[in-house]
Write a protein that binds this ligand. Structure first.
Ligand SMILES: [Zn+2]
Length: 239
């Protein structure tokens, strides 16, 4: 566990609480809806600046238009969520599959959470929001932290051929250790459980009412060794 207690600064609590998940679900007949899924994994992405292909001027609107456009021109690539520093948008429902991992397994069993990188964005707030959204989705779908993978790790485990041998360096900044490692990011996810930071608009009433209890259990579980493997299902079962 990283010794730094507050790696990613979060916005002040009032501002933080104001951010809701904006529903920008793409059309039912979009070609980047490739079927239904029951998500058991969550994939950490960063918009593909890592490849050097995306200009820094590409903002949330750019990606929103892109995913919409792809769905109209027969492309199957998509993303479920894009997370910025001040806004979080959902484009594809959690139970709908889309191509985002380069692996058949990943594309049909996981939710993609892209972190926006663009001009003027506050990296720490965006990273905090990404962790907070992933914690929320873990809780919502009973997905354990061990099933939260980077895009790279998803390809390494479930990819084939060249993809497995040379997985994509995504999320590139995090993999490079910029302002924290993947492990630090997972610590931030645990903090979300401990402090009860969730996008509550995505949770049902029963789960919301149980957040204090979930926090209590998370405090105990995440304080122990090997806490990495603590499944939120256990947290839910005990509420
Ligand atoms: Zn990626």
């Amino acid at each position: 566990m990283n010794k730094k207690r507050h790696l990613y600064k979060r916005p002040n609590p009032v501002e933080d609480a104001k951010i809701k998940v904006t529903n920008r679900i793409i059309d039912e007949d979009s070609t980047n809806r490739i079927g239904l899924q029951n998500p058991t994994y969550i994939v950490i992405h960063e918009v593909s600046l890592g490849t050097g292909k995306s200009p820094i001027t590409y903002n949330m609107e750019h990606y929103a238009n892109m995913v919409k456009q792809y769905g109209k021109i027969g492309r199957s690539v998509g993303f479920h969520y894009v997370v910025g520093d001040k806004e979080v948008c959902q484009f594809i429902p959690d139970d709908v599959a889309t191509e985002h991992t380069g692996t058949k397994f990943g594309n049909t069993n996981s939710i993609s959470v892209e972190r926006l990188i663009c001009e003027g964005i506050n990296y720490e707030y965006a990273t905090h929001n990404q962790a907070k959204l992933i914690a929320t989705l873990m809780l919502k779908h009973n997905i354990p932290l061990e099933n939260v993978l980077t895009h790279k790790e998803m390809q390494r485990r479930f990819g084939e051929g060249e993809k497995k041998a040379n997985p994509k360096q995504c999320p590139s900044r995090m993999l490079a250790g910029f302002r924290g490692t993947v492990q630090d990011f997972k610590t931030e996810i645990k903090r979300c459980f401990i402090y009860g930071w969730f996008f509550e608009d995505l949770l049902d009433e029963k789960t919301k009412n149980n957040i204090p209890k979930i926090q209590e259990v998370a405090k105990e579980r995440f304080a122990s060794k090997n806490s990495e493997l603590t499944p939120p299902k256990m947290l839910r079962d005990e509420r």
